[in-house]
Design a protein around this ligand. Sequence first.
Ligand code: AR6
Ligand code: MG
Length: 370
Amino acid sequence: MLNQRMSASVTNLLSRFRGCLVGGLIGDCLGSPFEGDDPISRSVLQNFMDKQLKESSKLFQVFSYTDDTAMTKSMVESFVQMKSFDAKDMSKKFTMEYIKEPKRGYGGNVVDVFSALNSINYEHPYEPARHQFNGTGSYGNGGAMRTSPAALFGYNLSDKELISLAANCARITHSHRNGFNGAILQCLAIRLALDTETSQTDQSFDINLYLNRLIEKMNEIEVNGCESDSESDGLNTNGLSRTPYTDKLKKIKELFSDESKIKGLSSERVAYLFGNDVSALNSVPSAIYCALRAQKPIDDIESDNPFVRTLYFALSLGGDTDTIASMACSIAGALYGHQLIPNVLQKRCEDIDLIVKYADNLYSFVSNVD
Ligand code: AR6
Ligand code: MG
């Protein structure tokens, strides 16, 4: 017997599961050559994309994945083997994967968490992350970049249960509130994408409704997460907003309410407004913006495929391109499904067949539960 979420599911759910993981892999692999660059000119990108989209390139280049996919794979492996979330097992899988292949471009400090986890034999999987940055925890986007398996494995969970799953998976390495809240936001963005019907003809959907749902959820999380704080004026002691993700989502909504504002927004301006760095706060909202913006044609981007436009636009932001493109494309893949992702782009990626198999494994898990 399928449960309520499964039976109420949208069309093409298997294709959307595949689209989500494959999208994440493509964004990671094709984004990594640009990592650290300033916003990239449209002509340089158009050349790059034209080349990648051609079957007959003389040297058919296959791009390697980075830590985003290495950690995503470990998440899937842990969920599938344990048939539940097991923080100890997941923390061990992250660490073993890092030890096996340390040169995948991991964040500057997260590697200290792996060695501390290893030294305590994974007995207290949340402890090492809590000690990062003098006890404040990491606010990097490493928790958010790997959250897609949580959204898929947790497909049948309630929103509340999924939020807790996403936060706990992220907290193994990222205990700063902006670190794990970024993972929650990315996870919810994927869930909403899986649940959003898109038009068969032009792939359109209601962006306003999508953003309203995300804003409502994120506001609840950011406000309730602050309940134990003493201030009640919406600001913390540093004068920073207590609802930074909600604020950025509201800004995105405001822009989308006026088509002329969206049309005139350059990549540089998007990077300036929403960020393009390794912090979750300055990358997750940007990824969501890219996935939503690409639903409609974009000046200077020659593609009628919204998945390709998402990739292209995310790369154009520069900065942490692999992670921003990976997050943006996993949302786009969950929205449009595997069938919209050009085969030639898939073939450019290391381990593409394994990633499709992993999506199928997660789909079988969620479709076979009583
Ligand atoms: N205070 C100061 N700096 C911080 C803090 C903090 N509380 N938290 C993070 N940083 P890390 P990740 C800075 O090491 O999030 C790779 O390319 C600090 O400079 O936790 O797993 C991945 O693919 C730290 O080194 O890594 C991701 O795209 C940096 O943020 C990206 O790096 C990254 O935090 C982040 O990976
Ligand atoms: Mg990265």
